[in-house]
Design a protein around this ligand. Structure first.
Ligand code: 5GP
Ligand code: MN
Length: 318
């Protein structure tokens, strides 16, 4: 039996399914969780979907069908079956770690190469460009049909984790999956506009602040910048309204590696990207985070400057 078949067997047997994804969810995490949740509900299961505090859906994902979402404290404490999506390690479940430990059965569906498998059944495929692709495979195996809403959720995962079908993880199979989503009613123009072209005006000044303080370190092929609370306060916008800042930093062609540190009051959050050869997943893992070879991240208990220094040192040693 393959891992996917083992996951499908547990899912088929369950009456209720508690579904989660990593904290601070992105399009792939939330899209996969909600898409699977909607399909499970249509198959007659009792479904709850949640993710850890801060329980805030990013602005650009609020157009998704969110009806299944409940606050994390309403999530089953001892689920019979818990299925988690796009979560590279257990700690990324935040306050739902304890629920995952108390779950009778835990299924992990993920595409992070750094995922060591913390479930009873682990469907982990580092070659899959998005967890949404694995979710699609799972729905096909279960024989659960796509609806327009499910397809929209999964399409969001496919689009966002491939950078709009641009990164090296864009495979023929992934494009076939996207084709199936569009066939089932996902609208690329709606998804594209909601995700990428629908920011509050204040976002523009945050881009200016973040790009304005970017630093290029040619000796390390490295470009980095900071996003600070003051940027958001001046712009009058919430952290949930500023995804994607790393994408403005990574485009500097002089740099192989790009880093954005978000210093917004809590522990600093570090995003890493590389162009061709630096394994940022390995750097993030060594700092207690994880991700992929070309996109990774970690949370750091020290200052933003110390987090940048950690990355610089790893590049210098690399
Ligand atoms: P982003 O920079 O977009 O937040 O994340 C890039 C990639 O790194 C994503 O695949 C994300 O799941 C992963 N990642 C980001 N932060 C962390 C972290 O703190 N821990 C782990 N394990 N992975 C992370
Ligand atoms: Mn993903």
């Amino acid at each position: 039996m393959t891992d996917l078949e083992a996951a499908a067997a547990l899912i088929e047997q369950a009456d209720g399914i508690a579904i989660s994804c990593h904290q601070g969810p992105d399009g792939d995490a939330l899209g996969s969780a909600l898409g699977f949740g909607l399909a499970a509900k249509a198959a007659g299961k009792t479904v709850t979907v949640s993710f850890s505090e801060p329980f805030v859906v990013p602005d650009n994902l609020r157009f998704l069908p969110l009806d299944l979402l409940v606050e994390p404290d309403e999530f089953p404490e001892e689920p019979g079956l818990m299925v988690v999506f796009d979560t590279g390690d257990r700690a990324r479940l935040g306050s739902l770690v304890s629920n995952s430990k108390a779950a009778k059965h835990l299924v992990v569906i993920d595409h992070h190469v750094t995922n060591e498998g913390f479930g009873d059944v682990n469907v982990i495929d580092g070659d899959a460009g998005a967890s949404a692709l694995l979710t699609h495979r799972l729905l096909e195996l279960l024989g659960w049909p796509l609806t327009r809403e499910i397809a929209t959720c999964l399409h969001v995962g496919l689009v966002t984790d491939t950078g709009r079908f641009q990164y090296s993880n864009t495979t023929p199979e992934l494009l076939e999956s996207a084709a199936a989503m569009i066939e089932a009613g996902a609208e690329p123009a709606v998804v594209g506009q909601e995700i990428y072209e629908s920011v509050p005006f204040g976002y523009l000044s945050v881009v200016a602040a973040v790009t304005g303080r970017a630093v290029l370190e040619p000796e390390h092929d490295f470009v980095w910048s900071l996003l600070i609370s003051d940027d958001l306060e001046k712009a009058g916008i919430e952290p949930s309204a500023v995804p994607g800042m790393i994408d403005y930093i990574r485009i500097a062609r002089e740099a192989e590696t790009a880093c954005l540190v978000k210093d917004l009051g809590g522990p600093v959050e570090v995003s890493l990207r590389s162009r061709n050869h630096v394994d940022v997943g390995a750097i993030a893992s060594s700092a207690g985070g994880g991700g992929h070879a070309r996109a990774a991240g970690f949370t750091y208990p020290g200052s933003a400057e110390a987090a940048v220094a950690l990355v610089r040192d790893a590049l210098a040693d690399g």
